[in-house]
Design a protein around this ligand. Structure first.
Ligand SMILES: Cc1cc2nc3c(=O)[nH]c(=O)nc-3n(C[C@H](O)[C@H](O)[C@H](O)COP(=O)(O)OP(=O)(O)OC[C@H]3O[C@@H](n4cnc5c(N)ncnc54)[C@H](O)[C@@H]3O)c2cc1C
Ligand code: FES
Length: 320
């Protein structure tokens, strides 16, 4: 993958403009951040899921060279997480005076995201970013397919906007466990197809002219089954030749592996955003490794998902 041109990053204090319920287990935060560096779809931020306290982002942890970090019992027993949590940028808007609005779509899973769900407009949050590389929009490929599931859907919303700006013909395939856990709004009178065919049904994607196929595990909305099946049917039957399509995917690893295999077999380029447990989010702790093919004797090397990725060329990924 070619490197993104965006390299600046820092720690910022954001004001929460809104914290909206999207579905049973997802919310959308709209953050106002002044002078946030340029970003591109695929990049993420590390959010501190606790109130920032002066000087900026809470207590300093004692961490000297050659020593393990020194935590106190109070820190370990705290009900708010010590480590920041990674979230993809789901959208961005610019305002006068250098202010930027960032959208974060979060799924409530544990201690950090439960805390985020209770955040109110006007509160401050500590944001570290932008982090990671980004999806590459190919000048020479006129079409794009987005395939997302679960917490992999948010970065594809930001990407859909940029693909529309670049004039790409884009179609989306979105998977959720059930209708009430889909982090997208349906258009009024939306015709969500049960055969896995895309239609203008998801408001966030229709806003960029993107038709969307929805698949749910329990069949409560759209096609019953996994979203990769709907994508595979489209790939087989599409009038657009696979060489003209870039497939972008983020979500559960089994879904991405299936999407990668189908795309590469058909001759389409495929870019995947891998998600790993991340502690630092910027290449220090080595907690987020993945295997990428290389020319060494063993044929692969470890890469850091946070710093070398999270977006990788699917053809380079070694699936364990
Ligand atoms: C690059 C990147 C981008 C991400 N973007 C988003 C996003 O846009 N929206 C979103 O909702 N989530 C996103 N995630 C996942 C999100 O960071 C985790 O869900 C979050 O850290 C959970 O924090 P918690 O304190 O609520 O859960 P914890 O209390 O830490 O854990 C609760 C449960 O979630 C699981 N979990 C925690 N972290 C992860 C992870 N990274 N991957 C899979 N399972 C995990 C744990 O195993 C546990 O079962 C992203 C992750 C990465 C690495
Ligand atoms: S999260 Fe620390 S090195 Fe990647």
């Amino acid at each position: 993958m070619s490197e993104p041109s965006v390299k600046k990053r820092g720690s910022y204090l954001a004001e929460v403009l809104a914290n909206e319920v999207v579905c049973d287990d997802h919310g959308r935060l709209i953050l106002d951040v002044a002078h946030f560096p340029p970003t591109a779809p695929g990049q993420f931020i590390q959010l501190m899921c606790r109130p920032p306290t002066p000087p900026e982002a809470g207590r300093a942890i004692e961490w000297r060279d050659g020593q393990t970090p020194q935590f106190t019992q109070a820190e370990l027993l705290d009900s708010q997480p010590l480590l920041r949590r990674p979230f993809s940028i789901a959208g961005r808007r610019e305002h006068a005076g250098g202010a930027s609005e960032l959208d974060i779509v979060y799924c409530v899973k544990g201690v950090g995201t439960r805390w985020l769900a209770g955040v109110n407009a006007g509160q401050s949050l500590s944001v570290l970013g932008p982090l990671g590389n980004s999806f590459v929009i190919r000048r020479d490929k006129p079409a794009a397919a987005l395939v997302g599931g679960g917490v992999g859907i948010p970065p594809l919303l930001y990407l859909a906007e940029q693909l529309a700006t670049a004039g790409k013909e884009t179609v989306a395939f979105i998977g959720a466990r059930s209708a009430d856990r889909l982090p997208l709004r349906l258009l009024p009178n939306a015709d969500v197809r049960t055969d896995g065919a895309p239609s203008h049904c998801a408001a966030e994607l229709a806003a960029y002219g993107v038709e969307t196929a929805i698949a749910t595990d329990d069949g409560s909305l759209g096609m019953a089954g996994v979203v990769g099946e709907a994508f595979g049917k489209w790939l087989d039957g599409s009038a657009v030749s696979a060489e003209n399509v870039v497939v972008y995917s983020c979500g559960p690893e089994a879904m991405m592996e299936a999407v990668a295999l189908m795309s590469l077999a058909a001759g389409a380029e495929c870019q995947l955003s891998l998600e790993r447990y991340m502690a630092c989010g910027m290449g220090t702790c080595q907690s987020c490794v993945c295997k990428l093919r290389d020319d060494s004797a063993q044929g692969w090397a470890y890469k850091l998902c946070c710093a070398d990725g999270p977006v990788f060329d699917a053809a380079q990924i070694v699936w364990d």
